[in-house]
Design a protein around this ligand. Structure first.
Ligand SMILES: [Zn+2]
Length: 509
């Protein structure tokens, strides 16, 4: 069978990060970029360099960190945008400028207020300009799926002639059906005379739930790059989900006639989990490939079949996407060595003194609950990942006392320390979390609003660790914090403090 590779272009850190609730800080983007590289994506779109100084810095730092994947920055087809993108991706081992302009009459007339001829001229000049600054240029025809097909062919030909080696034809508004996408890609692929000098790319949105189907239809018609995100996060209803594209090609290689991608699909689960951890947004249980229920066979008939022969109801193995069959546990008698090894296996690379600190907490936890599951360990480790900063600028919990009951108002007394100084405040409120948060706000003397508060048990049973995720907001931005404890009030306070420390140390990106 003839085999052919399609390139996976990840835009989790650009299109995905733009979605409400998914914004990430620089250190989080770097962690995500490293995991995407471990997963084997071909291109990482690191941001929109001209959008803000923070975006520019993210693209630059990711360019310095990533070694094998290509790093791209998005930019409009304008000189100042292209200059910023070129500068931001400069440190990358493999750099790409991704420039775009709309091509549909609707966008040309109402948004850009230019003619088709102006549009072609701009494509020609700006792609050539970008090509002078960077060895690899991708051109996107925004709203391609609603563009007149003859004009789309002209635009593609112009971009390739000017030096683009990838031409992306997005379904920007998520309007098309798979048959229409197939026709669009097939037409451009067959009609454009210089098509042998570039590859076509898909970028589909999920407004009608068709992003993955449309992307794969494009691949069948000749596209050789797919732009997608982990769990399909992205603007509005999101983008095409990378894990679905990859497993679709792998499981149905018979249908897709040997077309494959280079992802190490065994890393998919870990990548989706990292995204959920970083953003504090849990993956839906019924999410294809990486949801908690994706491989759960609850009904009796199914269970019986799977036990007799897994293929009766399982079209892919859990191991092929990185779900482990058994979860290894640690206990009270596990030593520091076994503990450190397990952390490493889970992908955490801590310094020795941090491992000591974590091991102390682990021992304490092992006293409180008999069995420590892998999920407990991850929660513990995640609560320790913080931005590097001076310890003297960090608020720490010294102690707290809460007095609560159903016939009284709740009082919380919280004592915090920072750089050797101790501060204490008392607050009254309707509940213990509310009261402790109010006391902390008084201590730090910095106003914020609580945007989100989530608590969940990391494992089953009554002695489970509670993991608390808090999002707070001030004038400068949004800050996430995470805390774990078998005591939910303590976990809540720790989560708030980790968010507060980010907030008071943020110099504004
Ligand atoms: Zn998009």
């Amino acid at each position: 069978m003839k085999t052919e590779q399609i390139k996976i272009f990840d835009t989790t850190l650009r299109d995905g990060e733009q979605a409400p609730g998914y914004s990430m800080h620089l250190d989080e983007k770097l962690r995500m970029a490293q995991q995407l590289e471990a997963l084997g994506v071909d291109v990482i779109e690191a941001g929109f360099a001209i959008a803000s100084p923070g975006d520019f810095q993210s693209v630059t730092e990711i360019s310095k960190t990533v070694k094998t994947a290509t790093v791209a920055s998005l930019c409009r087809a304008l000189v100042k945008d292209i200059d910023a993108a070129a500068k931001a991706v400069k440190p990358a081992a493999h750099a790409r400028i991704h420039t775009f302009i709309a091509t549909s009459d609707l966008h040309l007339k109402y948004k850009l207020k230019i003619s088709r001829a102006d549009c072609l001229r701009q494509i020609k000049e700006m792609v050539a300009y970008a090509r002078n600054l960077c060895g690899e240029v991708e051109f996107s025809a925004e709203d391609a799926s609603r563009t007149d097909l003859d004009f789309l062919c002209k635009a593609t030909e112009t971009a390739i002639k000017a030096g683009a080696s990838v031409v992306n034809l997005p379904d920007t508004v998520g309007y098309s059906t798979p048959e229409e996408i197939y026709r669009m890609i097939k037409t451009v692929h067959d009609k454009v005379p210089n098509m042998d000098q570039a590859i076509l790319s898909m970028h589909c949105h999920d407004d009608l739930g068709l992003a993955v189907a449309n992307s794969l239809a494009g691949v069948m018609a000749g596209a050789r790059q797919v732009e997608c995100t982990i769990c399909g996060i992205g603007e509005r209803a999101g983008n095409a989900a990378m894990e679905e594209i990859a497993m679709g090609l792998r499981v149905r290689h018979d249908y897709y006639k040997g077309i494959y991608c280079n992802l190490k699909t065994e890393e998919l689960m870990r990548t989706a989990n990292l995204l959920a951890t970083i953003t504090g947004i849990k993956t839906a249980p019924n999410k294809a490939i990486v949801g908690a229920n994706a491989f759960a066979h609850e009904s009796g008939i199914h269970q019986h079949g799977v036990l007799a022969n897994a293929e009766t109801y399982e079209i892919m193995t859990p191991e092929s996407v990185g779900v482990k069959k058994t979860e290894l546990v640690l206990g009270k008698h596990s030593g520091r060595h076994a503990f450190a090894e397990r952390l490493k296996e889970l992908g955490y690379d801590f310094e020795e003194d941090k491992i000591d600190q974590l091991f102390g907490e682990f021992k304490q936890l092992a006293d409180e609950k008999k069995v420590i599951a892998e999920r407990d360990l991850i929660a513990l480790a995640e609560s320790k990942i913080t931005v590097r900063r001076e310890p003297k600028t960090e608020w720490k919990l010294d102690n707290f006392v809460v007095n609560s009951g159903n016939l009284m108002s709740t009082t919380a007394q919280v004592t915090l320390s920072k750089g050797g100084k101790i501060k204490q405040e008392v607050a009254l409120a309707t509940g213990p979390v509310y009261a402790s948060f109010a006391a902390i706000e008084k201590i730090i003397g910095h106003k914020f609003t609580l945007e989100d508060y989530q608590i969940h048990a990391v494992t089953e049973h009554r002695d489970a660790l509670g993991e608390v995720i808090v999002k707070i907001k001030d004038k400068k931005g949004m800050y996430r914090g995470r805390g774990v404890s078998t005591d939910i009030i303590k976990g809540s306070i720790l989560a708030l403090l980790s968010a507060v420390n980010r907030m008071v140390n943020d110099k504004g990106e």
